[in-house]
Design a protein around this ligand. Structure first.
Ligand code: S3P
Length: 175
């Protein structure tokens, strides 16, 4: 079985993903870290040196490689499901879980984290909420195709993990 966690930057995909993977006895794979290790460059430097188009095509190739792994939980980059046919690939090769947050809460969470995100790092703090809510609105079309959607705002990472374990069990029982 393969599980893909999707959602906007700062939605806690890595934290929840690691917890979930360890409860399930799955391997954990963070697609961004995988990219950085494989190409020996940080995503921040990659965007500086090359461009987003090249990043997206290399990201797609890495995503497609995950189709060969089993018993793995993959935490995707915030943009991964929103390019090419990536969301279709994700749904055909695993269970997709969308960790959903309201744009305003993401903006708060990303005020301090945005420096590590090439897409957000040069925005001034005042324009961050608007950029996030515009981009989230565009991306909802893709994120919303997930098999499981969880509204994360009210829960701790531990609670989220427990809720998701139940939802995954329900989903696989139904299938
Ligand atoms: C991106 C999100 C990042 C990373 C890259 C682009 C995006 O991943 O893949 O900076 O377009 O949303 P995280 O969601 O892990 O921050």
């Amino acid at each position: 079985m393969r599980i893909y966690l999707i959602g906007y930057m700062g939605s806690g995909k890595s934290t929840v993903g690691k917890n979930l993977a360890s409860c399930l006895g799955f391997q954990f794979l963070d697609l961004d870290h995988h990219f950085e290790e494989r190409y020996r460059i940080s995503i921040l430097d990659f965007f500086d040196k090359y461009d987003e188009n090249l990043f997206r095509s290399m990201e797609r190739d890495l995503l497609h490689e995950t189709g060969a792994f089993d018993d793995v939980l993959i935490s995707t980059g915030g943009g991964t499901p929103c390019f090419f046919d990536n969301m279709k690939f994700i749904r055909e090769h695993g269970i997709a879980i969308y960790i959903r947050w309201p744009a305003g809460m993401l903006a708060e969470r990303l005020q301090n984290l945005r420096k590590k995100r090439p897409i957000l790092k040069d925005l001034d703090p005042e324009s961050l909420p608007e950029k996030i809510s515009e981009q989230l609105a565009e991306r909802e079309f893709f994120y919303g195709q997930a098999d499981i959607i969880i509204d994360a705002g009210a829960f701790s990472p531990q609670q989220l993990t427990e809720i998701l374990l139940k939802k995954i069990a329900d989903f696989t029982d139904r299938g």
